[in-house]
Design a protein around this ligand. Sequence first.
Ligand code: GLY
Length: 341
Amino acid sequence: MPTSDSRAQVVAVALGDRAYDVHVGAGVRDRLGSVMPAGARHVAIITQAGVGWTVDSGLDQSVFTVADGEKAKSLAEVERLCRAMSRAGFTRSDVIVAVGGGVVTDLAGFVAAVYHRGIRYVSVATTLLAQVDAAVGGKTGVNLPEGKNLVGAFWHPHAVLCDTETLATLPPRELRSGRGELAKYHFLTGGDLDALDLDERIAAAVRIKSEVVATDEREGGRRAILNYGHTLAHAIETAGRYDLRHGEAVAVGLVYAAEVALRLGRIDEARAAAHRRVVSGYGLPDRLPAVLDDDDELLALFRRDKKAVDGLTLVLDSDRGVELVAGVPEKILREALAAVR
Ligand code: GLY
């Protein structure tokens, strides 16, 4: 084992016969050979040109490079990859290795879910966002022109390697976006992250997410708390008139959710201030861009949120922790929007 990964942490995702380990630390991509599933002979490495990291599975491996950016998450790309794997002779006992950020782990995980009705895959997550969220938890999928992640499957990886060494070469904006998802974990149960260094924070986030996923694998209820801060974030992204990355929008969404919870008497001012402190501590925005000045538009987008099955539904903090709250009054949502302008 290389010395660079000797401080790596291993977090178990307890899902019975689909349990797997998430390895977090500098250099853990070098563990790929040791986490290869038994019986695999041929490895399909799925990656993007911009990722810039290579891996060695120790097995016969073929590299499939997909388009850079979000456009790689398409059904056309799924078909292209499945056809290329079929022509290359991949069988049900072979394995896919995703190397990249959330786009790659979502796409490659979905290809693994459907190729030959499901084969094993390992994710080597190379962005902060993928390490603390996308690569862990088994949500895989692609986008349709009608919306993001509308086609997908729950399909768990065989193992996940979150190599923190890869973060050193991430574009600053990409790293900043990952910090928005990391900020969310400060407010979930077990989120005492302040005293930890970055690698430890990532491992703590993975531990929190793993615990939630293990109790509600298919988002029947509690898993929705992983979408803390996401109601306003998704509305900002869908309204689309301002260039905020996902994690940056989540940061504003966290501060907004705290303002809503404060007005509902669920949290006190000190807790709302803690949200602003964490978000600004990560150098992230805590205010809505001025151009998003139409409350009616944002509320209409809140109503279309996947969580909104029973009126306006948000994930909100309380002294019991973060939970899903249905029927939030529109007046409170409007007042809280004013508070983040
Ligand atoms: N990204 C939220 C989840 O995995 O449930």
